[in-house]
Design a protein around this ligand. Structure first.
Ligand code: S3P
Length: 428
C-alpha cells in the first residue's frame, strides 16, 4: 500500500492512543502463566500483540475476545502444552524472545518462527544464556529463527549479567527462571524498560548502582487484570508532529509514562517543546497521563549512549525532530538500532537522504544539521517494511512543500493499525 501525505498547515485534535505493544504482549504471556482468569482491557489489535496472543493460545490458554477486552484462562506454569504447530511470532521480537524463555522454563519442545524481518534478527543473545540454563536451541546458522527449542536436562537457574541493556533479553531469562526451584538473578547495569518486573511483581535489589531482579518457582504469578495504557512509542509520532507542524495542538489521552520508556519526553522538553502533562495516574502497575503538545521552536540536542535504551524505539522520529531543530544534533552509542525490525540507522539515513537533508551517518548514530525552515519537494520514502520508519516518514512528509509518498505503508499496523486514520483526522 502506498500512502500519499500532503503538507500540513496545522494539526489539531484528540488522539486515543493505541494500547501499548510491549505491555499487551507481556499481559498475554503472563496470563498463560497464571492459573485462572485474567481480564485485559484495551488489549492491542496491532499485529505483534495478536501474534503473541495466538502463540499463547497454542500453548494452552483459552482466549475470549470481547471488543478490546480479552479474557484469558491461563494454564499456570504446570499446564502449558506442547504446541502442535510452529509458534508464529510474525514480526515480533518481543514475542519470540519472551516465549523462548517460557519454552525453556517449561521444558517442552517448540519451534518458533517469524516473518522475513524477524528471521534475520540475531537470536544469539538469548540462545547462549538459555543453553547455559540447560536448553538445546537449534537455529539457522546458529543465530536466527526458526528456533527449535527443547531441554532434556534439568533447568539450571543462573546469575546473569546483561551484556546489553535489552528488556527482551532480561525478560527471556527471568521467564525461564520462573520455573526453577532456585532463584535466577539478572543483573542490569543500564536500565531497560521494566514492564516485566512490574507486571510480575518480581523482587528487585540494588547493588552498586545495578539492579538485580530475581525469579523462581516461588514467585506467584498475579492475574493480569487491568487496562493497558496508551503506547508511548506511538505517542512519540504525535509529540514530534505537534512540535514541528505550525498552528498545532494535539491532545493525547492515557499516554504511558513509564520512566524507563519516556526519555523522549524530557529530550523534547529540553529542546524547547511545549508539552504539558495532566491527570497523572496509575493504570495497573504503570503510570499514565494526558498530554498536550503545541507547535514549538526546537533547538538541537545531543543524545549520549546512556540515554539510548530509554528512547531506542523513538530514535527514528527523534531524527525527524532534529531535522527541524536549530543547530547540529547528534545521536551516539545507538549501534543497537541496527538490529531492530530493520537496520534503523541505515533506514533513517535513507529517509534523510531522500529529502536532501544535511546529515552524516555514523556506525553508532547520526549527526543531523537542523533548520526550522527546512523543506523539500515531493519525496518517495521506503519504509523497509518497518512500522516505525513508515510512520516517521509520514510525519516528515507533513513538512514537504508538496505531496510525498510512503511505500509499504501497511506495516504501520505492526504497532499502530489506526495511524493513517488518526493522521488524516488531525489534518481536518
Ligand atoms: C521491547 C524492548 C526493546 C524495544 C522493542 C520492545 C520489549 O527491544 O526496542 O521494541 O517489549 O521488551 P530490546 O529488548 O531488544 O532492546
Amino acid at each position: 500500500m502506498i500512502k500519499t501525505i500532503l503538507p500540513a498547515t496545522s494539526l489539531k485534535g484528540v488522539i486515543s492512543l493505541p494500547p501499548d505493544k510491549s505491555i499487551s504482549q507481556r499481559a498475554a504471556i503472563f496470563s498463560l502463566l497464571h492459573e485462572g482468569i485474567s481480564e485485559i482491557r484495551n488489549y492491542s489489535q496491532a499485529e505483534d500483540p495478536q501474534s503473541a496472543l495466538s502463540c499463547v493460545e497454542q500453548l494452552g490458554a483459552e482466549v475470549e475476545q470481547d471488543g478490546n477486552t480479552i479474557r484469558i484462562k491461563g494454564t499456570g506454569r504446570n499446564g502449558i502444552k506442547n504446541p502442535v504447530k510452529d509458534l508464529d511470532c510474525g514480526n515480533s521480537g518481543t514475542a519470540m524472545r519472551l516465549l523462548s524463555g517460557v519454552v525453556v522454563g517449561v521444558g517442552i519442545q517448540a519451534r518458533l518462527c517469524g516473518d522475513e524481518s524477524l528471521s534475520s534478527r540475531t537470536m544469539t543473545r538469548i540462545i547462549e544464556p538459555l543453553e547455559a540454563m540447560g536448553a538445546h536451541v537449534s537455529a539457522r546458522n546458529s543465530k536466527t529463527a526458526p528456533l527449535l527449542i527443547s531441554r532434556s536436562e534439568a533447568l539450571k537457574p543462573m546469575d546473569f549479567e546483561l551484556p546489553i541493556p535489552s528488556a527482551q533479553l532480561k525478560s527471556c531469562i527471568l521467564l525461564a527462571g520462573l520455573f526453577g526451584e532456585e532463584e535466577t538473578k539478572v543483573v542490569e547495569k543500564i536500565p531497560s524498560r521494566d514492564h516485566t518486573e512490574r507486571l510480575l511483581g518480581l523482587s528487585i535489589e540494588e547493588e552498586n548502582g545495578a539492579k538485580i531482579i530475581s525469579s523462581s518457582l516461588q514467585d506467584t504469578i498475579p492475574n493480569q487484570s487491568y487496562t493497558i495504557p496508551g503506547d508511548f512509542s506511538a505517542a512519540a509520532f504525535w509529540l514530534v508532529a505537534g512540535c514541528i507542524v505550525p498552528n498545532s495542538e494535539i491532545r493525547l489521552q492515557g499516554m504511558g509514562l513509564n520512566p524507563t520508556r519516556n526519555a523522549l519526553l524530557g529530550i523534547l522538553q529540553e529542546m524547547g517543546a511545549d508539552i504539558t502533562i495532566e491527570n497523572e495516574r496509575m493504570e495497573g502497575t504503570e503510570p499514565v497521563g494526558d498530554v498536550v503538545v503545541r507547535t514549538s521552536d526546537l533547538k538541537a540536542t545531543e543524545i549520549p549512549k546512556h540515554k539510548i535504551p530509554n528512547c531506542i524505539d523513538e530514535l527514528p522520529i527523534l531524527a525527524v525532530a532534529m531535522l527541524f531543530a536549530e543547530g547540529t544534533s547528534e545521536i551516539s552509542g545507538a549501534e543497537e538500532l541496527r538490529h531492530k525490525e530493520t537496520d534503523r540507522i541505515m533506514a533513517i539515513a535513507e529517509m534523510l537522504k531522500v529529502v536532501g537533508a544535511n546529515f552524516k551517518e555514523k556506525e553508532d548514530g547520526l549527526i543531523i544539521q537542523g533548520d526550522p525552515e527546512f523543506t523539500f519537494n515531493s519525496a518517495t520514502f521506503k519504509s523497509f517494511h518497518d512500522h516505525r520508519i513508515a510512520m516517521a516518514s509520514a510525519i516528515l512528509a507533513l513538512k514537504g512543500n508538496s505531496g510525498s509518498q510512503t511505500l509499504d505503508a501497511e506495516c504501520a499496523a505492526v504497532s499502530y493499525p489506526g495511524f493513517w486514520d488518526d493522521l488524516k483526522a488531525l489534518q481536518y
